[in-house]
Design a protein around this ligand. Sequence first.
Ligand SMILES: [Zn+2]
Length: 89
Amino acid sequence: MDQQHGAFTRRILTGTGTVVVKCPHCSAPGIFKAEDSADAASLQQWPGILVPPNDPRHNGYVGGTCPNCHKVRPPLSPPVTLFQQEIMP
Ligand SMILES: [Zn+2]
């Protein structure tokens, strides 16, 4: 527990994750989307990230080259630790 301005903050370890940022060139998401589950914005603006329904790449990282604009994407961040945080009265 960390004390913070007279209140307690409870932090619960929930696992690790990797931050996937959008493409700095065309703003495409950094993961593939199946055509049947993509939202309207993805369908219209970033057709390069779409994969056929049931394609195993669905929700997978697109890699170091953007599949939409074919420019270099930033590398993945190292894994980060994720916490659920509650401010206690
Ligand atoms: Zn791009």
